[in-house]
Structure formats: structure tokens, C-alpha cells
Design a protein around this ligand. Structure first.
Ligand code: PXG
Length: 444
């Protein structure tokens, strides 16, 4: 059980921290600080227990402060604090790479380490360009993302990303990027459970882009198998399969960004496996280390790794990497996390709980302002009608009411998003959605 929080938390000196993706001035007037965590719960600075209905930010899949992960990181930091990853190695990096490869589908068997989802995405895009050049197809320079996609905040990920608000502040973007249409049409699929049956034909939008740009100019297509940040959009049945077919037909690499869907979020280790598709690369982060230490990875099929292993042996094959690639603390956290997933059967638990989660979230239907509910595995979203003059105001009010009543969730625009740790139980699922229902009834 969580004990009481730290003695005193100063909420009067919040000026210096420029907070990410936060309404800084609003927040600093009414701060929400978290000071401890354990299992399904956070403790706030004003000493309240709050259930974590979002796994932090879709990342703490094994629950907070898992003793086995904490112990592994503590041992590691006292043994080997840092180890360079260029021209040097550390045994755990090879071990974690092979364990991740074993979890990934098909012939995905090489793993490159980075530190965040954004870095993994930019790495995958660079590998796609370099792969084609290495094979004498340097004319493939175009990258295709999708509207409403989120691929982090690097220049590559921002450019292929398709969330309007995340793009408009910068003006400049990478050249040579285009976007597929997104897959959401409320007229056809509102309140669908799991994958909508309508919308496979939207994959034909890739044919349109191939015709427009000529497929020989396209290096890669990147999509989230289930769009997360935009408010949980499960792929229409048959849609991802069709993307795979079109990419195969034209020699285009298919990248699945599994930063959210990786590590059991929708049941299997990866959504790729769940959907029976082998992409050419998978980007992952978050659940890789249970977010205990920042880490991310790009896993790729054999033909990609092999394409780089061609020049003289003394040559560096990929001129890319980070000071903290394969950081020992991240590797220790990653190995312990994969042990916990296996030993506690958390991917199976996620799959087993998802019908209950589906039932609980869809019970919100019919409450005021609720215009859509979507779910797959242990991820779900409730979309509220926006107030005409203040987009995201209604969701913010629900978020705040829930937080005050002990439930932490995420919101994006006017969509509430849920992704509890995979250790959640049925009673906690009910508690989360009962609190949310009450809050929705109360906001205007
Ligand atoms: N790809 C995907 C699919 C993501 O969801 C990133 C890349 C970038 O990862 P980093 O580690 O650089 O943040 C993400 C991150 C939210 C939310 O509540 C989602 C993310 C991050 C923070 C909040 O929707 N996704």
C-alpha cells in the first residue's frame, strides 16, 4: 500500500520549468504534482491516491515501481553506470536485442536502440532512406505518413505526423512527405467495438499517392497500426493487410509505429502479430522498459539489416546512433520488464480483460455530449462534442473532475483516452468508468 507522500511540496516556485505539451499558465495556477507511485496508483502532492487509467502516458504497462524492475535498475546503476555503444558493447544490449527480436513477428530479427519514440521514428525513417540508397535505389526519397498520425516530435516524426495542431507552429517541414487519408468516419463507424468493418477501401489512398508521385520515388510508409494519440482509431478490417500488399507491389517499406501498441497494449506482444502482418520495421518505446528508464528501439527485417552489411568490414555500416543508445540502465530495465511481462502473463491478461474493458467503456454511450466511443485491447477513447467556442474545454473539465475524484486519464482535443496498466483488475476498470460517467454527467 502506498504510504503518505513527501513532507512538503513547494507549489509556489513553478516558474522556471517550461512544461512540455502543457498549458503552462493554466497549470501553474492550479498545479497537479505526482510524488509517488505504486502498482495502479499515483499519490499527488496534496496526498491523494489517484488511479492511473492511462499508464502514465501509455507506457507503464507492468504498473508503477514494479519491485523486480526497480531492483534490476538499482543493481545496474551500482555496477556499470554507463557504457559507450559506438565500437564498444555491453552484454545486456545483445541480450535485450535478441529478446525483442524473438517477440517480434516474422523475420524481424535486428534491433537498433535509441531513447525515445521520437528518436526511434526518425531512426526508422533514416534507415529507410539509407536502405534504398545502399541497394542503388537512391531515387526513393519520399516518406508517406497519415492524417491524424502521431510519430513524435523530431523533424521526421513531425513531418510524417498528421495531427494539425502539432504541425502548425513550425512552418517548415521536411520536404517530400505526403499523407494518406485518416481512417475515421463517424457516419460509418461511430460506436464500433474493436476494428470497424467499414473502411478497408481507404487503403486505396496509397494507390492514389503512388500514381501521383510515382511509386519509384517512395521510400516508406509509416502508420500506427492503431492510431493512439489522436484518440484511438482502430484500423478498419482488412485495411492494414491492403497497405502491406500495396507496399510489396511497389518495393516500398512499411513501418509500423508501435510506440503505444507494443508490449501487450492490444493483447499480443505487438499489434503486428495481433493483425497477422509483418511490417519491414517496428518502432517501439514506452512499454519496452515500462518507462522506468527512457528507451526505444527500431526492429527490422533481415533484408534491411543485410542490405547494410555489404561494404568492407572495417566500414561503419550505419552512421547513426546516440550517446545513450543501449544505455545500461535502460537495458537492465528492459530485461527485467520483459521478465515481468512473461512471468505475470501480462499480454495474456490484457487480451483476457479487453472484453470487460470494452463493455465498461461502451456503457458510457448515451450520456450527454458523447458522440463516439472506440476501443481495442486495453486502449479506448470517448469522444465528446466540442463546445463551439472552446475546443478541448469539455474534455479538460472532465479530466479535472476525474483527477479530483481520484482517476487520472489523458485527453486530446475533446477526446478522453484510456490505457490502464495491464495489471488493472475488473473492479478498477469499473471504478474508472463510473467516475468518468459521473464527471461527464456534471460538465456542461
Ligand atoms: N510514436 C507514437 C505512435 C507515439 O505514440 C511517439 C512516437 C513519440 O514518443 P516519445 O517517447 O518521443 O514521446 C509516440 C508518443 C498521449 C501521448 O497522451 C502520446 C505520446 C506521448 C505523450 C503523450 O497521447 N506518444
Amino acid at each position: 500500500m502506498l504510504t503518505s507522500s513527501l513532507a512538503h511540496v513547494d507549489t509556489n516556485n513553478l516558474d522556471s520549468f517550461f512544461m512540455p505539451f502543457t498549458a503552462n499558465r493554466q497549470f501553474k495556477k492550479n498545479p497537479r504534482l505526482l510524488v509517488r507511485a505504486e502498482g495502479m496508483y499515483y499519490v499527488t502532492h496534496d496526498d491523494r491516491r489517484v488511479i492511473d487509467a492511462a499508464a502514465g502516458m501509455w507506457c507503464v504497462n507492468a504498473g508503477h515501481c514494479h519491485p523486480k524492475i526497480v531492483e534490476a535498475v538499482q543493481n545496474q546503476v551500482a555496477t556499470l553506470d554507463y557504457s559507450p555503444a559506438f565500437q564498444m558493447g555491453h552484454p545486456a544490449s545483445f541480450e535485450l536485442a535478441s529478446r525483442v527480436a524473438a517477440l517480434a513477428p516474422g523475420d524481424i530479427d535486428s534491433v537498433f536502440f535509441a531513447n525515445s519514440g521520437s528518436e526511434a521514428v526518425d531512426t526508422a525513417l533514416k534507415i529507410a532512406l539509407a536502405y534504398h540508397r545502399a541497394r542503388g535505389e537512391g531515387h526513393r526519397v519520399r516518406l508517406i505518413g497519415r492524417e491524424r498520425g502521431y510519430h513524435g516530435v523530431g523533424f521526421g516524426g513531425t513531418a510524417v505526423g498528421g495531427i494539425k495542431n502539432n504541425r502548425k507552429a513550425w512552418g517548415m517541414m521536411l520536404p517530400g512527405v505526403d499523407h494518406l487519408r485518416h481512417t475515421h468516419d463517424p457516419k460509418e463507424m461511430a460506436f464500433s467495438r474493436g476494428q470497424p468493418s467499414w473502411g478497408k477501401h481507404l487503403a486505396e489512398d496509397l494507390v492514389r499517392l503512388c500514381e501521383l508521385h510515382d511509386p519509384s520515388t517512395i521510400a516508406a510508409v509509416i502508420v500506427e497500426p492503431v492510431a493512439g494519440s489522436t484518440g484511438v482509431l482502430p484500423p478498419p478490417q482488412g485495411y492494414l493487410e491492403r497497405l502491406r500488399e500495396i507496399c510489396d507491389q511497389h518495393g516500398i517499406l512499411l513501418i509500423f509505429d508501435e510506440v503505444i501498441t507494443g508490449f501487450g497494449r492490444i493483447g499480443a506482444a505487438f499489434a503486428s502479430e495481433q493483425f497477422g502482418i509483418v511490417p519491414d520495421m517496428i518502432t517501439m518505446a514506452k512499454g519496452l522498459t515500462n518507462a522506468t528508464v527512457p528507451a526505444s528501439a527500431v526492429a527490422m527485417r533481415k533484408h534491411i539489416y543485410d542490405a547494410f552489411m555489404t561494404g568492407p568490414e572495417w566500414m561503419v555500416e550505419l552512421t547513426h546512433g546516440y550517446t545513450y543508445s543501449a544505455h545500461p540502465l535502460a537495458l537492465a530495465a528492459g530485461l527485467a520488464t520483459l521478465d515481468v511481462y512473461r512471468d505475470e502473463g501480462l499480454f495474456e491478461r490484457s487480451a483476457a480483460l479487453s472484453p470487460r474493458f470494452e463493455q465498461a467503456i461502451h456503457a458510457i454511450k448515451g450520456l450527454p455530449h458523447v458522440i463516439d466511443i472506440r476501443n481495442i485491447g486495453l486502449m479506448g477513447a470517448i469522444e465528446l462534442e466540442s463546445r463551439p467556442n472552446r475546443p478541448s474545454g469539455r474534455a479538460y473539465d472532465v479530466f479535472l473532475k476525474c483527477y479530483e475524484r481520484g482517476v487520472y486519464l489523458r485527453f486530446t482535443g475533446d477526446t478522453l483516452a484510456f490505457s490502464p496498466p495491464l495489471i488493472v483488475d475488473e473492479r478498477q476498470i469499473d471504478q474508472i468508468f463510473e467516475t468518468v460517467a459521473q464527471a461527464i454527467r456534471e460538465v456542461d
